[in-house]
Design a binder for this molecule. Structure first.
Ligand code: CO
Length: 211
């Protein structure tokens, strides 16, 4: 376990190594950010956004919460997406879940989770939407993995429901939305290959928010 003091030592070493690789590193870092990606992932300590994508500081705008949820009444995630889409002009929005997600697991259990109940309710709603498919999976581990994937899919749908995303896409042809799952056992990212344009068309039957 890394001690509290050790972190500052690590930080000084990190600065030194970055400057060694690129003498202008700090000068570039202190300028405006122009990331192409918005990443919405789980808070889980085992899924560090920049590391798994091999991206440097400045290359990805990041939001993380328990089980990578996109709720329309969560002012935090709504602010992040709005800023990323309207002001940073990100080209891609990635919702990235991960197998062995404690939040998703908790939502599968018939248990009072206290303050987490309203948050996990969003995942239970995903289960309800896909109950037939999920209940047909006999193996509990496989069902759990599939719920992780379907949760990512539904959070991507929630991103597409937003006015900022629909309007900017209508004007510029981006951002597009992608659903990924990180596999802790292999370290690999899996692209769920969601059909963004199809999701957009389906969603806009009901949730069209373009004037
Ligand atoms: Co998680």
């Amino acid at each position: 376990m890394v001690s509290y003091e050790q972190i500052f030592e690590n930080n000084r070493k990190w600065v030194a190594s970055k400057q060694e690789a690129d003498a202008d590193f700090l000068q570039k870092l202190s300028k405006d950010q122009t990331p192409e990606y918005l990443y919405i992932g789980c808070s889980d300590s085992r899924v560090p956004a920049n590391d798994i994508m091999g991206l440097e500081p400045g290359e990805v705008f990041v939001h993380r919460n328990v089980a990578n949820l996109v709720c329309s009444i969560d002012i935090n995630v709504m602010s992040v997406i709005n800023y990323a889409v309207r002001y940073l002009g990100v080209k891609h929005i990635i919702v990235c879940g991960h197998y062995n997600c404690g939040g998703v697991k908790a939502a599968m259990l018939p248990r009072d989770m206290g303050i987490l109940n309203p948050w996990l309710r969003n995942i239970r709603d995903v289960y309800r939407l896909h109950k037939e498919e999920l209940n047909a999976i006999r193996d509990e581990g496989e069902r759990y993995n599939r719920l992780v994937e379907l949760n990512v899919q539904e959070q991507c749908v929630n991103v597409v429901k937003l006015a900022s995303v629909q309007q900017e896409y209508n004007k510029k042809g981006y951002p597009t939305v992608h659903g990924w799952v990180f596999d802790l056992k292999t370290g690999l990212l899996k692209d769920l290959k969601l059909d963004f344009r199809k999701i957009l068309a389906d969603i806009q039957e009901i949730y069209r928010l373009i004037d």
